[in-house]
Write a new protein. Structure first.
Length: 294
């Protein structure tokens, strides 16, 4: 009943959202009862989800496609990586020669794997869609440009890839460079005026273990203001003196930033260990990495 459960979960709305009823594109497949185990059921759903769809029809209702994509990618939470990849390759092979349908599928993938309302952020699942549309010369150049930018940013900041260096201005206006230096680092890309950023700062300041590691130079914390205005230095005057504070207006051309604050964790191997996570997850990852090296 995995697909049915996923469908119901996808329909569940936050109390602050407006509930919108959408007629499905087709009846969503349900894994046979005789298939045992959630991984096996998820793999079956991923493999057979699009079987009922008529791919000769284009365009289709975008809202209905968005909903179908939501249910489809839910199976990726449990399906083995190789099964999810096989399913994606099969799907893209069916739509890559139909630019209208390809664009609609990429929009649905963006909504459910990359955008602010996505329940599951997955670079691995979204990248095949981006690569498919970027190489399709039948797609309008302006439309492709949007996805070319996303592809560039995601590929540059994949987990397990070396963190990109970047230039920033310190509080005094001097130029500084961030380069992975062999220490575990938490980088908060945010705005000192945003409430979530202030909360992230308080959480990090009040974590005794984290602060001990910062004092011991085992962990470095960076706060990078992504929206600096004149006098921004006064807003960060009370930040801990052993943090690295700066501003970088165009950092979203180097790093894939989707939320504010956007937290990255870089390991001692100079590779990205976590990205676009909340402050609790960032601290847990950083502490785990630092303590492993003791």
């Amino acid at each position: 009943m995995l697909a049915l459960a996923a469908s119901l979960a996808a329909n569940a709305q936050d109390s602050e959202r407006t509930v919108v009823m959408v007629d499905p594109l087709f009846e969503y497949p349900i894994a046979p009862e005789e298939i045992g185990g959630i991984q096996e059921k998820a793999s079956w759903v991923a493999e057979h989800f699009w079987d009922p769809m008529d791919f000769k029809k284009a365009p289709v209702d975008q809202s209905a496609l968005n909903h179908a994509m939501n249910v489809y990618v839910t199976s990726f939470r449990w399906a083995p990586k190789e099964n999810a990849e096989k399913s994606l390759n099969t799907l893209l092979a069916k739509i890559e020669k139909n630019p209208t349908l390809l664009l609609q599928f990429v929009k649905a993938a963006e909504e459910n794997l990359y955008g602010p309302r996505a329940e599951l952020w997955s670079d691995e699942a979204y990248l095949p869609f981006l690569k498919s549309i970027v190489k399709n010369k039948k797609i309008n150049e302006l439309r492709r440009a949007r996805y070319e930018r996303q592809l560039k940013l995601i590929e540059a900041t994949l987990v397990d890839k070396e963190a990109p260096a970047f230039e920033y201005k310190d509080v005094a206006g001097g130029s500084q460079m961030y380069r992975p230096d062999g220490r575990v680092a938490i980088i908060e890309f945010g705005d000192p005026g945003c409430s979530d950023c202030r909360m992230a700062r308080l959480r990090m300041e009040s974590n005794v273990t984290l602060n001990e590691l910062v004092k011991a130079d085992k962990v470095a914390i960076y706060f990078i203001n992504i929206n600096p205005e004149e006098g921004w230095g006064a807003e960060v005057a009370s930040y801990p003196h052993n943090w690295n504070i700066g501003a970088a207006e165009d950092i979203d051309e180097i790093y894939d930033l989707r939320i504010t604050p956007s937290m990255y964790v870089v390991g001692s191997d100079r590779k990205i260990a976590a990205k676009n996570v909340n402050v609790e997850d960032a601290m847990n990852v950083a502490l785990g990495l630092a303590q492993k090296e003791k």
